[in-house]
Design a protein around this ligand. Structure first.
Ligand SMILES: [Zn+2]
Length: 365
């Protein structure tokens, strides 16, 4: 090609040119041949195993990524607050020998549920250990003013906790028969008189203000969930005294025993009610007082003057003196040891004795 242009061949120059051309050719050919085409290019497969992240303890990388988790230094406080890590232990002050245990001054309690599933609630005020219960509404209907009174008393002592003597606790259960309260009936939703259903001289038929009522005692002692809930609560706390509110009569009736007579007379004097030695109007069976007194709970039964008025001021005074009387009782030495199963609501599946005259099995209690 150079000879054709008439130039004299310069051998070294030719050699240099050829060498350069060859070198350029050699450089250019591989580039041209290696260029991928659309038909032949196959991308490199993605590695199946990614590169493992640096070890948390690694300190080799000068630029740790967001997942890097360097070892906390003793000065690191931020790391201690990261989610998933337990907080550092907080020093707990050891109680001094003079420290008194902190008991709940006000606590709502759920005793159980009625036949129709309504809750039976109470409120505990004070520390105990001598607990006094005030129970309203075990009879509803025309005795509903007992629930009104119990709520008034509860409101007063809830706002005046200092009136509860040292060593005493007050529990108020305003409505022991919530189904009867809704229906406006003395008895519960099963037509059972809840003060004729306790396991003390129980009878299936019982007397009330309207006379003899077949089936008023229930199918067996503690057949009703309301009586089971109340008995279980009173015995498990345990209580040392209980006041049941009823109407009407304007008197106070003691449960069995000298302690109950003392309590009833104390209330009657303070509230200016008539003191009765006992109930004589009609025969009683399955009563709460006759069940509770042998188990260490003194009982007074307050009959309000009418079916309409709560007699609040005089019963407030009566409860104040009852609390003071309770303060002088010996504290209970131990729980009465009532197991939940003894008043279980599902004891029908458990083997139990049959009582003469009944066709349904009794619970173990
Ligand atoms: Zn009553």
């Amino acid at each position: 090609m150079l000879a054709a242009r008439g130039l004299r061949p310069n051998r070294p120059a030719v050699i240099a040119i050829l060498a350069t051309a060859c070198l350029l050719h050699l450089i250019g050919v591989p580039v041209t041949l290696a260029a991928p085409t659309a038909d032949t290019y196959t991308p490199s497969p993605t590695p199946a195993v990614s590169t493992p992240p640096p070890h948390p303890s690694s300190t080799q990388s000068p630029h740790p990524g967001p997942n890097a988790n360097p070892q906390p230094t003793p000065e690191s406080k931020v790391d201690d607050l990261q989610p998933g890590k337990p907080p550092p232990p907080t020093p707990v002050a050891k109680p001094t020998p003079d420290a008194q245990p902190e008991a709940t001054l006000r606590a709502s309690v759920l005793l159980g549920h009625s036949v129709q599933g309504r809750p039976i609630r109470g409120v505990e005020l004070g520390h105990g250990p001598r607990w006094l219960a005030v129970i309203g509404g075990i009879h509803q209907g025309d005795e509903a003013n007992s629930t009104v009174l119990a709520n008034l008393l509860l409101d007063h002592f809830r706002q005046n906790l200092a009136e509860i003597p040292e060593g005493v606790g007050l529990a108020v259960i305003p409505d022991a028969n919530p189904d009867g309260a809704i229906a406006g009936t003395r008895a519960n939703a099963n037509g059972v008189d809840l003060n004729r259903n306790w396991d003390a001289g129980w009878q299936p038929d019982a007397y009330g203000p309207s006379g003899f009522v077949p089936g008023a005692g229930g199918t067996r002692p503690f057949s009703e969930p309301e009586t089971r809930a109340l008995a279980r609560y009173l015995l498990k706390r345990p209580f040392v005294a209980a006041i049941f509110l009823h109407s009407r009569g304007g008197f106070v009736v003691p449960g069995p025993g000298a302690g109950s007579v003392q309590l009833a007379n104390t209330i009657a004097r303070a509230a200016q009610y008539t003191q009765l030695r006992g109930w004589t109007a009609y025969p009683l069976s399955g009563q709460s007082s006759k069940y509770l007194v042998p188990r260490g709970i003194h009982v007074a039964i307050v009959e309000l003057t009418t079916h309409t008025h709560p007699d609040y001021p005089q019963n407030l005074h009566g409860l104040r003196v009852a609390l003071a009387w309770t303060q002088h009782l010996p504290p209970p030495t131990e729980s009465l040891g009532v197991a939940d199963a003894e008043f279980s609501d599902v004891c029908g599946t458990l083997p139990g004795p049959y009582r003469a005259g009944l066709t349904s099995p009794l619970c173990p209690w």
